[in-house]
Design a protein around this ligand. Sequence first.
Ligand code: Z5A
Length: 214
Amino acid sequence: MKRGVFISFEGSEGCGKSTQIARLERRLGDVGIEVLRTREPGGTAAGEVIRDLLQHAPEGEHLVSEAELLLFAASRAQLVREKIAPALERGAWVIADRFLDSTTVYQGTGRGLAAAAVDAINRFAVGKWLPDTTFLLDMDAAEGHARAVRSRGDQPDRMEDQPLAFFESVRRGYLKLAEENPERIVVVDAADEIERIEQRIWQVCRQRFDEFFR
Ligand code: Z5A
């Protein structure tokens, strides 16, 4: 059995990850490819409890950055072994709405935790399971935030409730990561039209993983 393809989507809030993941999932379904779609934090029973603690629960309000990092990593460690690895092993594609790059950038660049520690914890959490390709949906932080507020229409959660400078540093962190990993990370202009972004992502998937479409 051929191992499936592992794709992750990254970017700051409101950049259009959910929109593009739904479109890619539909296109893959149309050609008969099984897809497991995940989101982080969360995606397992334990992960959803961690998500609540990180984003909404009053008990998470005063979490220190180090605890935040370990909770994101714990949620991912569970998701990888419970869902992602078995799906890839049975030949399905996995499309992850955020993966370890989010931790590198939000907890490393954004919160200012030491890059070496973040990297070591990230690697320990995911083991050998790394994305084959990552789409970074890049856009101006203020515009992304405005989009997210328009589509959400309610109060920001704990992770969203940060100053603009935080999201600007997140964007810079992502672009630096893309520069350092040009083979894996494909930067896409997230301010472009939805259909054009969809086409670009599809084209990259067809080219890179041609053997799945024969
Ligand atoms: N976090 C972390 O700190 N460390 C970690 O390790 C991990 C996560 C894994 C998770 O948030 C939070 O946790 C996140 C990072 C942090 N915090 N922040 N900020 P989440 O899961 O609740 O949400 P999100 O990942 O930030 O995504 P989102 O805000 O839900 O947005 P999205 O999925 O990227 O975008 P969308 O829902 O597809 O689109 C937003 C709106 O824009 C919607 O109305 C669309 O119709 C519209 N849209 C989409 N594309 C376009 C284009 N191209 N043009 C115009 N309008 C568009």
